[in-house]
Design a protein around this ligand. Structure first.
Ligand code: FAD
Length: 500
């Protein structure tokens, strides 16, 4: 059987769903192919008995007025999902015997907490705030980054303002350089705090996180921006985007894993794994990690581009623990998000469900804890060693959680662990790589991979592309790729922003 849509989007994570819905709404015939039986990818959910677990992402940015999810959902004519802003945004326990750092939503409250926790650091935070302000207004003008054509440049240059040219002087700097510049490089506690927080968003510690990127992620939790906890589960975001796609006449085909892409005179031919089914389309949007490209495209990738992909550092993998406990066992007023500096298997990012948020029965709570791990070694282990390594990691991770939450190993109502192997199966990401490429000074924004590829009619979006990982960011990467694709067809796509 053969059909011919205008565009095929590959991968129904948040990036692919957004791209497919945007293009369908502009009148294109769109098919969205998803390998899994459900959409959402790293922002999906799964059920275990009475529990609903968020697979990867547990908190959402971009729901504030002008935020990326807000703008996109408004463009689709959909309401914002029901959600509560996180306050504290996160509680960071540096395991040093001192009170944990509470990152508050209110900027003044957070400034006073910072001064108490990291005395004398205000110059560092002020510099971050100025950089963030310049970044944020630049981002809200929807620049195309990195530019690969005159059209792209025409969308980048008008977004720049004098403040961006000034902060551009710090393009090659890291967050650690900002500490040194402001005379705050000598506070090891502040440095440790930054290392933990930055790794969550950039996969890199302070010395390897680009200053311009770090300045913004460090400000994401405070009003008027913020991070939110979704009512129901993370899946509601994908469900809304599926709704937008269907309303615009686009088609989502689940259980359709694309196994090869072939360039032809008419465009692209997509082969679907284990099916007598292929599709031809003029344009293809790949909303999957860029590490998948060599397998899908083989020799069609120009040598320079293939080498560029080969030269990328491997992103991290993740170990993710999914557990449940009686709520009465948790500390009083247990925060929804906690970071714990823990040696083995590494620092934990913990998300605890709220009572009545749809994830656990009344009086119980789900507890999800993730920790970064090098991904590839997990694929080198044979069965008995793999099982042992997984059991050891799970026990060590549970020890961290039990010490943090004051519970015992017998009190878990549910406990299971996903390794990078499980993530590869669930999300189709090579080696279960999580997040994007890592936001260090040589690979972020202007130095990253572009959504416009050297192959005509082939576009990229998702967390390998600017502005990086997180559901709010991948929505923006999808918008950027769709604007480029539509411009090639003589169409203009713009969505409302506070600055337009
Ligand atoms: C443990 C963890 C915690 C995280 N926490 C947060 C958080 O709290 N907040 C936040 O905003 N972000 C978080 N993130 C990051 C965020 O989830 C991702 O950056 C984002 O969801 C990626 O979206 P995507 O659409 O680019 O890719 P993905 O979500 O990976 O989606 C890609 C989709 O493509 C499909 N696919 C892959 N290959 C093929 C193929 N060949 N053919 C067809 N389909 C294919 C996959 O099945 C998948 O559905 C977290 C990620 C992880 C792993």
């Amino acid at each position: 059987m053969e059909t011919r849509p205008d565009v095929v989007v590959v991968g129904a994570g948040i990036a692919g769903l957004t791209a497919a819905a945007l293009l369908a709404q502009e009148g294109l015939a769109v098919q969205l192919l998803e390998a899994h039986q459900q959409s959402g990818g790293c922002a999906g959910t799964f059920r275990r008995g009475p529990y609903t677990f968020d697979v990867g992402a547990t908190q959402v940015a971009g729901l504030e007025p002008g935020g990326s999810h807000q703008r996109l959902l408004a463009h689709f004519g959909l309401p914002l999902p029901q959600a509560t802003p996180l306050d504290p945004v996160c509680v960071v326990d540096l395991a040093d015997g001192l009170p944990p750092v509470r990152i508050w939503r209110d900027p003044a409250h957070w400034a006073s907490e910072r001064e108490q926790q990291f005395p004398g650091s205000s110059r560092f935070w002020q510099l971050c705030a100025s950089l963030h302000e310049a970044n944020w207004s630049f981002a809200s003008r929807d620049p195309v980054l990195p530019p690969r054509s005159l059209w792209d440049l025409g969308k980048l240059l008008p977004a720049l303002r004098p403040a961006n040219l000034a902060s551009g002087l710090l393009t090659a700097a890291s967050v650690a350089d900002l500490l040194t510049l402001t005379g705050c490089g000598g506070d090891p506690r502040l440095r440790r705090f930054l290392d933990l927080q930055l790794r969550l968003y950039s996969q890199e510690p302070a010395e390897r996180t680009a200053a311009l990127y770090g300045a913004t992620v460090l400000a994401m939790g405070q009003a008027p921006l913020g991070l939110w906890h979704l009512q129901g589960s993370m899946q509601v975001l994908s469900q809304q985007l599926e709704q937008a796609l269907a309303a615009a006449g686009g088609q989502l085909r689940r259980r359709h894993r694309v196994s090869a892409l072939q360039r032809s005179a008419e465009g692209w031919r997509l082969q679907i794994e284990r099916q007598e089914f292929s599709l031809n389309a003029t344009d293809v949007v790949l909303a999957i990690p860029v590490q998948s490209l060599p397998d899908l495209l083989g020799k069609q990738l120009p040598a320079g581009y293939r080498n560029r992909l080969k030269g990328l550092n491997d992103p991290s993998g993740a170990l993710v623990f999914y557990g449940a406990v009686k709520r009465e066992l948790l500390p009083t007023n247990c925060p929804g998000h906690i970071q714990l500096d823990w040696a083995d298997p590494g620092s934990l990012f913990v998300s605890v469900s709220h009572e009545g948020d749809g994830r656990a029965p009344a009086g119980q709570a789900t507890v999800i804890a993730s920790v970064f791990t090098p991904a590839k070694p997990w694929f080198e282990l044979e069965a008995p060693s793999y099982d042992q390594a997984k059991a050891d990691a799970m026990a060590a991770l549970q020890r961290g959680l039990e010490s943090l939450l004051g519970i015992t190993s017998k009190q878990w109502l549910h406990a299971e662990l996903a390794t990078p192997r499980g993530f590869e199966r669930w999300t189709g990401r090579p080696f279960g790589f999580v997040g994007g490429l890592g936001q260090n000074p040589s690979s972020f924004g202007p130095f990253g991979l572009a959504s416009r590829t050297p192959l005509p009619g082939l576009w990229l979006c998702g967390d390998s592309i600017h502005p990086g990982e997180g559901t709010a960011a991948v929505g923006l990467s999808a918008l950027m790729a769709c604007r480029q694709l539509l411009a090639e067809r003589g169409q203009t796509l713009s969505i409302t922003s506070p600055n337009t």
